[in-house]
Design a protein around this ligand. Structure first.
Ligand code: SF4
Ligand code: SF4
Length: 706
């Protein structure tokens, strides 16, 4: 007994000392990041949300269970960690107080004995499922189709092996306990009794030895596991709950975050280039929440598997952005944590070399993130939506873009024209602001244009957007929305020449200064005019007006046109009557769907149109696939891999549609271009077209109105 006790305690002290040292290192590294007081305040002010996050995301494994097979396997393995804590209490009790120890009050309870055995067996089955998934994926490891491409698979196998060791040593220890009569549970602990029956024939003396050895092995495996976990990607076992607490509310989608410096929103007028942080130019510029994100990544590759850039052959993998930043932060850590320049000079050459790597740069300069990676992102949000541990990829990508654009002036040159046009003309095409109201002349009714104040009897301001006002294909949507509102008797006015770009393309490119300029101008116009309710037909404008302008004092009730039109149809104020006998597949715009969760209304509108038969693409709703225009990609060349819009249209063609519908002017243009290419090559029928759901609705409503 004494020898067992000494071995167990010495191993525990050594392992906890090693683990404690690692925890301290990780804590110091994370704390070295920029402050993020808003995250602490959000967590404090939303205790209900914190609890819900832990219950739904961590304990309920909501996102993982969307991937049924692997999700279920992970669910059981994760719960095994909680339930088997009670087995470790019993193991330490046996080590300290004797092998016949049981937990006071509940330690002989059949339900607990059953649960411990059940979860261990379920976790074992989970491990087998994980092993099969990994073996199946193994030949494809170098193939982009595998979500594990770029993951550290050796480490994953080691962890599976360690969990397996936890389980078999548990049954060895408990089975021997059954045979010696020390085991506190009855037959409900079915697997332990099964192991006991197998060991029983070895006799009491042998089983006493097996029980002691099994106990020490069980404890030893856990201690080794603890040290391995703290030095591997499986840190998420401890960090996932913390990351979920400090996540953005309600999630990392929707609004882009203001530029933060030293824990405060950066004020461009007061900013000091020596003191302030402009985006992220080196890894130390990330906040502690950024460091927490990097350390929490499980390398599961779910983000990568959904990323439109990755799926079309570009070098961007959201997973590898996070793991590259993590690996760089860990390698640079001695430099970051050194107390003085003198200490830094004494660091090994490899650390100093790592410290000199630019955060963003090509292979020639050893950049951590390649420029082609940074600029490939469409901000579509598929990665954030999928991530089971709430990592906020878009925020990190955007912050790195901000540094590149604002400090280095380094970004794809094509986007420079768009920025100039925004600065000089208030729209990305550089057209005269007077042209913004031209579409009104093509209608057969009057649309009031706000000159100073919103007219008293007008309910909505119709925010037309640059594309809706100036791009020929998008103008058709604008006119359809206006006609539908007119038919339904909804009063509305437009800003006409007073409307400027919301600033979304500048902001998503990383040019926060131009965004701020446009946003402040628009908020001033809207506030001065007394605007309260806005209907927007562009999802990017909708997102910016409703969720970004409140950051600078613009607070309005904003709806997307599909939300308003669906309501009007529902209320009987619009009645689609003319049948449209077509197969239609709907493309979810990312900034309407994933970023703002509007999936239902566009589909409801189509369902109400007689004759329409809708077919979903295999990637739809929260797993929808971007058109390629977001993240200011509309204004950049797409030189690498397959074009994203072509990939999306290929998916649409699989449904054999007569029409592709959508609800965003940018999707309309991108999909329209790809459809035209398909028509030219004979891959799509000549009659195929892409339309906004508002165009479908007006087609069906109008005849009756006339
Ligand atoms: S936002 Fe979209 S394009 Fe950007 S990394 Fe995530 S999934 Fe890829
Ligand atoms: S970022 Fe999230 S989804 Fe992507 S690999 Fe890491 S844990 Fe998985």
């Amino acid at each position: 007994m004494l020898v067992r006790l000494i071995i167990g305690l010495v191993a525990t002290v050594i392992a906890f000392a090693i683990a404690g040292r690692r925890v301290l290192f990780l804590y110091r590294l994370t704390r070295s990041g920029q402050p993020a007081p808003e995250r602490i305040a959000a967590a404090k002010n939303d205790v209900g949300g914190d609890v819900k996050g832990q219950v739904v995301e961590v304990l309920g494994q909501r996102r993982l269970l969307k991937w049924t097979g692997p999700g279920l396997a992970h669910f059981f393995v994760m719960w095994a960690f909680f339930v088997l804590l009670t087995v470790y209490i019993e193991a330490y009790g046996a080590l300290l107080f004797g092998l016949d120890f049981h937990i006071p009050l509940i330690g002989r309870w059949a339900v607990l004995g059953f649960l411990q055995d059940f979860i261990a067996v379920a976790a074992l089955l989970g491990l087998i499922a994980f092993a099969i998934i990994r073996i199946k994926d193994s030949p494809k490891r170098l193939d982009r189709a595998s979500r594990f491409k770029g993951s550290h698979l050796g480490g994953a196998w080691l962890i599976l092996f360690m969990i397996f060791n936890v389980i078999w040593t548990m049954f060895l220890f408990r089975g021997a306990g059954v045979a010696t009569g020390n085991f506190p549970y009855g037959n409900a602990a079915f697997a332990s009794h099964g192991a006991g029956n197998l060991l029983d024939g070895l006799g009491r003396h042998t089983n006493e030895w097996i029980e002691s050895v099994g106990l020490l092995l069980h404890i030893g495996v856990m201690l080794a596991f603890l040290v391995i976990v703290l030095n591997s990607k499986h840190l998420h076992i401890f960090l996932a709950p913390v990351n979920v607490i400090f996540k953005r509310r309600p999630d990392g989608l929707g609004p882009a975050q203001p530029m933060m410096s030293n824990g405060q929103v950066l004020d461009f007028e007061e900013a000091d280039p020596d003191e302030d942080v402009f985006g992220r130019g080196k890894v130390e510029d990330f906040t502690w929440k950024g460091f927490l994100d990097f350390a929490t990544c499980t390398e599961c590759g779910r983000c990568q598997s959904q990323c439109p850039a990755w799926n079309t052959g570009k070098p961007l993998s959201p997973k590898m952005v996070i793991t590259d930043l993590r690996d760089h932060a860990l390698a640079k850590a001695p430099y970051i944590l050194a107390g003085s320049d003198a200490e830094r000079e004494k660091l090994p050459a490899d650390v100093l070399k790592e410290a000199e790597r630019p955060l963003v740069g090509g292979a020639d300069v050893g950049g951590v993130i390649e420029p082609d990676v940074l600029w490939a992102c469409t901000n579509c949000g598929a990665c954030v939506e999928q991530c089971p541990v709430d990592i906020e990829h878009i925020d990190h990508i955007l912050d790195m873009r901000r540094y590149q654009v604002m400090i280095e002036s380094s970004f794809p040159s094509e986007a420079g024209v768009m920025l100039k046009n925004l600065e000089n003309k208030g729209n990305p095409w550089g057209m005269s602001e007077m042209k913004r109201a031209d579409w009104i002349g093509e209608l057969d009714f009057e649309v009031p244009v706000v000159e100073d104040k919103m007219p008293e009897d007008v309910e909505y301001l119709f925010w037309v957007g640059c594309a809706g006002a100036l791009e020929d294909r998008a103008k058709r949507t604008t006119k359809a929305v206006a006609e539908l509102l007119h038919i339904a008797g909804v009063s509305f006015a437009v800003l006409g020449p007073m409307e400027a770009c919301t600033g979304d393309p500048a902001r998503r490119l990383g040019m926060e200064f131009v965004y701020q300029m446009l946003a402040q101008q628009n908020v001033e116009t809207l506030n001065d005019a007394g605007v309260q309710k806005i209907v927007a037909s562009c999802p990017h404008c909708f997102n910016t007006l409703s969720r970004e302008y409140p950051q600078i004092g613009g607070n309005y009730e904003v709806v997307h046109h599909t939300q308003l039109l669906a309501r009007l149809v529902d209320e009987g104020r619009l009645t689609p009557v003319t049948p449209i006998e077509e197969n239609i597949t709907y493309h979810d715009p990312c900034f309407l769907g994933r970023h703002n969760k509007v999936y239902r209304q566009p589909r409801e509108i189509m369902d109400k149109v007689p004759g329409v038969s809708t077919r979903e693409m295999h990637r739809c709703k929260d797993r929808g696939f971007c058109c390629g225009a977001g993240g200011a990609r509309m204004w950049m060349e797409e030189r690498i891999g397959k074009r994203i819009n072509t990939e999306r249209v290929d998916e649409a063609l699989e449904t054999d549609p007569d029409t592709v519908s959508t609800a965003c002017p940018f999707c309309l243009v991108m999909l329209g271009d790809a459809i035209n290419e398909k028509k030219n090559s004979g891959a799509a029928k000549e009659s195929l077209e892409v339309v906004d759901v508002a165009q479908l609705l007006i087609k069906s409503v109008k005849e009756r109105a006339e």
